[in-house]
Design a protein around this ligand. Structure first.
Ligand code: ATP
Length: 223
């Protein structure tokens, strides 16, 4: 793909005013390290190359100095990298905000809730192997010292129909496959389940190419 020439070629991120435009690199870049977090911490917005951490740090510092609420809106098409971006912002706050041993529980809950939410709310689609099939609103509450003391994650509009119907080449919610793959023998026995997902009509994934050839075959047979 061709990127705008102003785009910082290393991070695939650039600014339009104070808006960060980020291109999904589809590979791990060495720009989300603790060293990078320390680099962006407390530094003026335009002093360093465009980065998610600059957005996160700016929102945090303005909140602390103005004592008011701030939000970061992440938008983009499916597969653009919104979920990954939100996780990186959470990690940034987890590492850089002042904390106490007690507050680490809040931090851990915010970070560790993600795998659970993704298990129940994410699924493979044609555009994204880990697509969020629900809207997410997340807030973090800070005390007057700027330490994270709590938060909410609200989910809404989950794609319930996926449980009983998936488009060709797509899958059901991850949790069903995870349960069959990772659930221990006793649990599966108690639930009356077998380990093989191919046994369940709602979990059988028909690949896009296979479904196309089936479709064509049935058309030809029909003729
Ligand atoms: N910053 C990144 N670095 C490396 N890979 C990334 C990054 N952002 C996204 N990806 C890759 O792209 C995939 C899709 O990203 P993500 O799930 O965040 O998209 P999304 O915008 O939330 O999509 P959806 O709207 O379908 O939920 C990820 O599973 C990951 O493999």
């Amino acid at each position: 793909p061709r990127f705008p020439t102003c785009m910082h070629s290393f991070s695939l991120q650039t600014y339009i005013g104070t808006l960060l435009v980020s291109v999904n690199p589809y590979k791990e870049l060495d720009i989300y390290t603790v060293t990078q977090m320390q680099l962006y911490r407390g530094v003026n917005f335009f002093e360093l190359p465009p980065h998610l951490y600059a957005i996160a740090d700016n929102a945090y510092r303005v909140m602390c100095s103005e004592y008011n609420n701030h939000f970061i809106l992440i938008s983009g098409e499916s597969g653009a990298g919104k979920t990954e971006a939100s996780k990186k912002i959470l990690q940034y706050y987890a590492v850089t905000c002042p904390t106490t041993e007690q507050l680490q529980i809040v931090r851990d809950r915010l970070l560790l809730s993600n795998p659970v939410l993704e298990a129940f709310g994410n699924a493979k689609t044609l555009r994204n192997d880990n697509s969020s099939r629900f809207g997410k609103y997340m807030d973090i509450q800070f005390d007057f010292k700027g330490a994270p003391v709590g938060g909410h994650i609200l989910s809404y509009l989950i794609e319930k129909s996926r449980v009983v119907h998936q488009n060709h080449g797509e899958r059901n919610f991850h949790i069903f496959y995870q349960l069959l793959e990772g659930g221990d023998k006793d649990l599966l026995c108690w639930l009356g389940l077998e380990r093989n997902p191919q046994k369940y009509a709602y979990l059988i994934q028909v690949s896009a190419s296979l479904s196309l050839s089936l479709h064509l075959t049935s058309r030809i047979v029909g003729m």
